[in-house]
Design a protein around this ligand. Sequence first.
Ligand code: AP5
Ligand code: MG
Ligand code: ZN
Length: 217
Amino acid sequence: MRIVLLGAPGAGKGTQAKKLIEKYGIPQISTGDILRKAVADGTPLGKEAKSYMDKGELVPDSVVIGLVKERLAQDDCKKGFILDGFPRNTAQAETLDGVLAEMGMPLQVALSVDVDLDILMKRLTGRRTCRGCGQMYNIYFGPPRKEGVCDKCGGELYQRDDDREETIRKRLEVYEAQTAPLIDYYQGKGILKRVNGEGDINKIFEEVCRILDEATQ
Ligand code: AP5
Ligand code: MG
Ligand code: ZN
């Protein structure tokens, strides 16, 4: 299964991707996660990326495209992959198509997770993530059993640096201007599917699986 998850910040791309990894045993390639790890490790890449991420702007294409190419070339991607947060603009989408064509593994589905704008702010300000296993929680919609502690691995929960209100507003603006046009891009390629991303996470996941199974059988 070779798919792209599209959707605004807070739509639930990461949340659904984590469940897809468990069910289908294919890797998630999240450029946001890769960049946050580089920032945490203090690598040169992380230092370059941080200034963009803190402002809610896109990191330059040359940087993220390199990361994704490198990741796609790894062996575990041969059985499929879930791209999450990439591509983010038309240039990235076009480059990706070229790279995957060369590798003989074209995209099968671009799935847009649709959520109303006014829900996104609350989802993002309430998000908490596990430092250990990456599991996401939400203090408003899906809190952990014990405050600040991961249910799955006991790890510490943290709040992302870019989940501050001003930065969230900028990220939503950048999404509308640069990423939302990809819905038309993939519609034009005939591989766009959409799912309603509001409501119970497990119900959404059932629908996501139904759509993906049907489109990739
Ligand atoms: P990235 O990490 O990709 O962030 P994003 O796109 O802003 O998306 P999020 O991770 O915020 O949202 P999500 O859809 O994954 O939601 P989640 O599942 O966590 O990018 C961060 C930055 O990195 C960018 O701003 C940019 O600077 C840089 N970057 C990354 N990729 C790049 C690229 N390709 N090019 C250039 N720059 C790039 O859910 C959110 C919350 O909602 C959680 O608390 C969750 O528990 C909760 N939730 C989920 N589903 C539900 C539900 N159904 N009901 C209630 N709550 C829910
Ligand atoms: Mg995410
Ligand atoms: Zn954990």
